[in-house]
Design a protein around this ligand. Structure first.
Ligand SMILES: Nc1ncnc2c1ncn2[C@@H]1O[C@H](COP(=O)(O)OP(=O)(O)O)[C@@H](O)[C@H]1O
Ligand SMILES: [Mg+2]
Length: 267
């Protein structure tokens, strides 16, 4: 569904991404985690074809975003759901209009059907009452939830979420993550989307997906099941992951299903 082949990108002589390579299967969930400023959002922009890499190529649903004709790229973009960090809603449209705009431009569904999907998704993100409100009337967390509903209202085959929990309290973060997980489960007969969450929050990353890709100094430092990386990944990766959990309440550590070897070492 997603292929990233040896991507590198510099700005002003400073190398930001170096030789990034990974792929994502149909229905797979992945967290891309790394410290702030390490190039996560940049990688998403390259994946969406908004920024051209210096070297390497990316493809989504088999369409090469660096070389395919414009029309093919547009067709693929319509099958991608994207939730931006700041919600990315149009200020001059109500919440309902924002969602309807996405539906009208990305999928071919009668207005009544589209409205039913919008109603269902806003109920799913626990915001059934905000359709006629403008984004500025909502809190940051509410805008984020509307952004998630918009990313998924088109039943995308691929969905990206940039820092879906940044700046939110732990309870709201958990609610948002659970919503993304629940919304990603498609109705019978539909294929589950491939979903990529980008975050600097380790807890968000491991709650969202088994497989995590860790970015460090522009390179992929590790790619694999986080329970393995936590106890036997490269030294920097172990440290990056472990410092987030040391000192946690044991009951909570068990709830996170931290690996036994890690629990024995630290508690
Ligand atoms: N369009 C751009 N022009 C110049 N520098 C950029 C651009 N986009 C990103 N960068 C730089 O790339 C680095 C990574 O940015 P970003 O991808 O936003 O980090 P992250 O999302 O991991 O916090 C930053 O140093 C940023 O200044
Ligand atoms: Mg970012």
């Amino acid at each position: 569904m997603i292929q990233v082949n040896h991507i590198s990108k510099q700005f002003g002589g400073k190398s930001i991404l170096q030789d990034i390579q990974f792929s994502v299967a149909q229905g797979e969930r992945i967290s891309l985690v790394g410290p702030g400023g390490c190039g996560k959002t940049l990688l998403l922009k390259i994946l969406l074809g908004l920024i051209t890499p210096d070297t390497g190529s990316t493809s989504i649903l088999g369409v090469d975003f660096q070389h395919a004709p414009h029309n093919d790229q547009t067709a693929v973009r319509k099958q991608i759901g994207m939730a931006f960090q700041q919600g990315g809603l149009f200020d001059f449209m109500t919440v309902g209009e924002n969602l309807m705009f996405a539906m009208e431009h990305m999928v071919d569904k009668p207005k009544k059907v589209a409205q039913a999907i919008i109603d269902r998704l806003l109920a799913a993100v626990k915001l059934p009452h905000v359709q006629s409100m403008f984004p500025y009337e909502l809190s940051g967390g509410m805008q984020r939830r509307v952004g998630i509903a918009r990313a998924l209202c088109t039943h995308p085959k691929v969905a990206f979420f940039d820092e879906p929990t940044a700046g939110l309290d732990p309870v709201t973060s958990t609610i948002i993550l659970n919503m993304i997980l629940a919304l990603g489960i498609q109705e019978v007969g539909e294929e589950a989307p491939s979903m990529l969450v980008v975050t600097s929050n380790v807890e968000t990353a491991i709650r969202f997906a088994d497989r995590i890709i860790v970015l460090h100094e522009g390179k992929i430092a590790a790619d694999g099941p986080w329970r393995e990386l936590l106890v036997s990944g490269p030294q920097w990766v172990q440290h990056f992951l472990q410092v987030r959990f040391i000192g946690l309440d044991l009951a909570y550590a068990k709830e996170l299903e931290l690996p036994d070897a890690f629990l024995r070492k630290h508690w």
